[in-house]
Design a protein around this ligand. Structure first.
Ligand code: F6P
Length: 321
């Protein structure tokens, strides 16, 4: 193998640039040429290529986003589009591809590998931490830390005014991010798509907390489990004596300089992905289990779901007494 390609796809995540840097420099270390593909699989379809040398990835380890840009490219679900992408890879001379992205991108990696037998290694990068086979995705730690920073500030005003705050965080299909944030921000209630709570139970919970002397309350709501605005209206109706406010954290969770843990994971995953291609270990995702780097077949990754750690609800309950 002489030429490898690198692509970032789907929602961006902090640490994607640190992965690009790691992949490019590891590849150059092993005398491989690296071709960057702009704008995700859309860019692959449209042949947006650039050669990346060692200096082209200077000064990006600390930068959020992705220098290669990214797109959601739903057309990739069509076989003829994937065929064209495969043809484009061959035409430019890419012999192995590192794909950086979340669960949707892992499916794209799996399809390209299984349908065309194309040499692919996937690196999990997503703020959602919802990819089967790895304890952590690149970017998750940074997103949690961004939320901590914001929610600690909200806590100040919530406590001062003795208000109940609903904080909507990202996670369309998965509650992993919300649950982790709830645990480390000291939330009283966490609502996620995998475990929704009916309005009367929330009201009951808030009332019980008031009896225990809690005058303010933090509710973390994953966007996939409902809208903060709606929930706050409903709670205001049911609890007219309480002051209910809400904040939607939104896209700030996707940006910013990657944390220590995100950079470390990015650098290790980038290294290992290139080494897998060199060893002809194709069709794997690089992951981490405890302290150990693991390689999971993409078929296993895409055919399983990562469930939230429901034990967290127990911790949250105990911490809210
Ligand atoms: O997958 C990451 C994520 O930020 C989710 O948490 C969120 O639901 C979704 O992407 C938002 O997608 P988009 O960037 O298309 O608005």
């Amino acid at each position: 193998m002489k030429n490898i390609g690198i692509i970032t796809s789907g929602g961006d995540a902090p640490g994607m640039n640190a992965i690009i840097r790691s992949v490019v420099r590891t590849a150059i270390f092993y005398n491989l040429k690296v071709i960057g593909i702009y704008e995700g699989f859309k860019g692959l379809y449209e042949k947006k290529f650039v050669e990346l040398d060692s200096r082209s990835v200077s000064g990006i380890i600390n930068k959020g986003g992705t220098i290669l840009k990214t797109k959601r490219f739903y057309e990739f679900k069509k076989k003829e589009i994937r065929e064209k992408c495969y043809e484009n890879l061959k035409e430019i001379g890419i012999e192995g591809l590192v794909v950086i992205g979340g669960d949707g991108s892992a499916k794209a990696s799996y399809l390209l590998h299984s349908e065309f037998n194309f040499p692919i290694v996937h690196i999990p990068a997503s703020i959602d931490n919802d990819i089967y086979g790895t304890d952590y995705t690149v970017g998750f730690d940074t997103a949690v830390n961004t939320a901590i920073d914001a929610i600690d500030k909200i806590r100040d005003t919530a406590t001062s005014h003795e208000r109940t705050f609903i904080i909507e965080v990202m996670g369309r299909n998965s509650g992993n991010l919300a649950l982790e944030i709830g645990l480390v921000c000291g939330a009283e209630i966490v609502i996620i798509p995998e475990k929704k709570i009916d309005i009367d139970s929330i009201v009951e919970e808030i009332k019980e907390e008031a009896v225990r002397g809690k005058k303010s309350c933090l509710i973390i709501l994953a966007e996939g489990a409902g809208k903060a605005e709606e929930l706050s209206k409903k709670l205001n109706e049911k609890l007219p004596d309480r002051e209910i406010r809400y904040t939607v954290l939104g896209y700030i969770q996707r940006g910013g300089s990657p944390t220590y843990l995100t950079r470390k994971l990015a650098t290790i995953f980038g290294n290992k992905s290139v080494e897998l291609l060199i060893k002809k270990m194709y069709g794997y995702m690089v992951g981490i289990k405890g302290e150990e780097v693991v390689y999971i077949p993409l078929a296993e990754v895409v055919n399983n779901s990562k469930l939230p750690n429901f034990e967290y609800f127990e911790y949250i309950k105990k911490m809210a007494i």
